[in-house]
Design a protein around this ligand. Sequence first.
Ligand code: PLP
Length: 348
Amino acid sequence: MLPAAVLQQARDEILDWQGSLMSVMEVSHRSAPYQSLAQKAEADLRQLLSVPSEYQVLFLQGGATGQFAAIPMNLLRKRTKVAYVNTGIWSQKAMAEAQHFAKVVEVASGASSGFCHIPAEQDWHRDEGSAYLHYTSNETIGGVEFHSIPDSLGIPLVSDMSSDLLSRPLDVSRFGLIYAGAQKNMGPAGVTVVIVREDLLGSAIRETPSILNYSLQAAEKSMLNTPPTYAWYLLGLVLEWLIQQGGLEAIAEVNQEKAETLYRAIDDSSFFHNPVVPSCRSQMNIPFAITPPGLESSFLLEAKKVGLVNLEGHRSVGGFRASIYNAMPLSGVKALVDFMVDFERRYG
Ligand SMILES: Cc1ncc(COP(=O)(O)O)c(C=O)c1O
């Protein structure tokens, strides 16, 4: 969900943006007002994440999936191997795409637990010759999240933060590159944020399409071609909203309370179950199931009747999943918990 205040502002400005008598969708991306909108969004993102000056911030298209290919194309730097930590479905999709460009070394895998844990760092099979080390900060489907930044031992660290960027403070200086599709904590689908250290730029492989080439995009301020103007505008409004909430420390506190509230309810119940090892549980996406199975459709139907929607687990795993991104208030989580307690009382 997006913050209600952001949607209300977008509604109010839809026919007349900043006195232009046009929607922001209708103005040219080269116009001065749009250019300042774009610059403000970048400045706000830099402020929220304290992005060091030697990093480029790009607003691209093609989703995080586009980045699965762009990353090896741009960052191989004449090496032949790339290292990936496999913590679930999104890691695997990133690895599959990287395989088109380089030998993919799997340094660690959560397969032994059905991707319900993150292997301890001391057990990772490091590969010093790799161009970079990639990990998925939050596995959106499995509900597995890193709660500290791994040590990449000098190799540029790359992270897919599609589903947890801006949910908590982050030390950007530990990374070579961070990327995230906006559609979880940052805005609507259509714009993808890439934060990349400048010294990694300039060596894209020859076949890299221009729109996936970070150096070219950086030189053109992410406007090598027409950018997703409305998505960028909404992203800017979400960033302003986040600053008004008190920034990442403040939102992290709320996010922690939300997650603890829901995990407590699941763990206190003998009816609902979350399979993830507690130290690796996601604060953003909380999958759960009912044991014994068979009540899934009643749960979803009754939840919908009281206004609790989008609780289906990802189609690849089934069960339920509560995605409690920044815009979800604590009251929303409490409403879900109340419903779960009542459902268990009636069916448990
Ligand atoms: C962690 C993660 N990586 C990548 C993706 C793919 O993102 P996109 O649909 O923007 O390509 C998703 C989408 O849900 C995701 O959650």
